[in-house]
Design a protein around this ligand. Structure first.
Ligand SMILES: Nc1nc2c(ncn2[C@@H]2O[C@H](COP(=O)(O)OP(=O)(O)OP(=O)(O)O)[C@@H](O)[C@H]2O)c(=O)[nH]1
Ligand SMILES: [Mg+2]
Length: 286
């Protein structure tokens, strides 16, 4: 499991137990595929903690489909629809949260505030949602690149309610499935991989930096430097001379799938039943 993924989950577990309300932001185009069953189950087990589902990006799905999903999900948890980027129902959304919080002991304790933790897949629109609810009082970073938010951020909504933005996480099983699809079966197109960076960390882990340096003619000492060097070499540069990491990640996954990055596993003498030890295959420089 890449360090980044472990870290993000650690942040979630540390904070999920403290929040009165956990808002799970899912994508209206693929609601079931962007839910996090572990988080849902954990919150449902806690006393005086609530879970609500936010069906976001409803501008990207037909209205009747959104309504069908909303009705289905509402059977499990309180559910609200929104288009966080262009919201038309901010006050209704805030009222929805307050209706849930009102039932909890912290609400009627004058000295306590209520914490609302916003969780969900990378890129589901968590930061955008918080920006819309607080009407940009605090500018949170948002990006079309998944994995943008890296730490917990606390934003005051009003005297009683604090919102917490969190890094996007995909369920561990899902992470493994996506990595397998991207690298082992090639059954997902590079541009469709949700967490490209994580998949690329796995490529680095399998091939080793040394191997990648040989293949791409780079001289990097760590993964970030490698991405930087490769991005520059390929001209993946955005305004301000920033390397477009997403394009580098996509290139790596594509090259992997086309066997431009060759590797093999050697049996591990200490653990013959394991998958083995990954090696970069010898190859000519491109
Ligand atoms: N069309 C549409 N785009 C949205 C909506 N909400 C968010 N987005 C876009 O989705 C992308 C991701 O939004 P973020 O708010 O950064 O997502 P996040 O969940 O905070 O992502 P991480 O921090 O990476 O976990 C951005 O390009 C947003 O503009 C929405 O309701 N409709
Ligand atoms: Mg974010």
């Amino acid at each position: 499991m890449p360090f980044k993924t472990v870290k993000a989950w650690e942040i979630i577990w540390n904070n999920v137990r403290k929040a009165e309300l956990v808002l799970e932001v899912i994508d209206a185009r693929n609601p079931q595929g962007t839910r996090s069953p572990e988080i849902e189950a954990f919150v449902r087990k806690q006393e005086n903690r609530r879970l609500a589902i936010v069906l976001n990006k409803i501008d990207l799905a037909p209205r009747h489909i959104v309504q069908e999903w909303e009705a289905l999900l509402a059977k499990e948890s309180p559910t609200i629809c929104i288009s966080a980027r262009h919201p038309s129902n901010v006050s209704e959304f805030i009222a929805f949260m307050k209706d849930i919080l009102r039932d909890l002991p912290a609400w009627s304790e004058p000295d306590l505030h209520c914490s609302v933790l916003v969780v969900g897949y990378p890129n589901s629109g968590k930061s955008t949602l918080i920006q819309s609810l607080t009407r940009n009082r605090k500018k949170l970073g948002t990006s079309s690149q998944a994995g943008f938010t890296k730490v917990i951020q606390k934003i005051k909504l009003d005297e009683k309610i604090y919102l917490f933005d969190s890094p996007g996480v995909i369920p561990i099983a899902e992470y493994e499935a996506e990595t397998r699809q991207a690298l082992d079966t090639g059954s997902i197109a590079p541009q469709m991989v949700a967490d490209k960076e994580t998949v690329c960390e796995e490529i680095v882990r399998r091939v080793g930096l040394q191997g990648l340096n040989e293949i791409y003619g780079t001289t990097a000492a760590d993964k970030d430097e490698f991405v930087e060097q490769l991005g520059k070499a390929r001209g993946f540069i955005a305004r301000g001379a920033v390397v477009r990491e997403n394009d580098v990640f996509e290139l790596l996954i594509r090259d992997w799938q086309r066997n431009h990055i060759s590797y093999y596993y050697a049996p591990d003498p200490d653990d013959p039943k394991s998958r083995g030890i990954p090696h970069a295959a010898e190859r000519k420089r491109r």
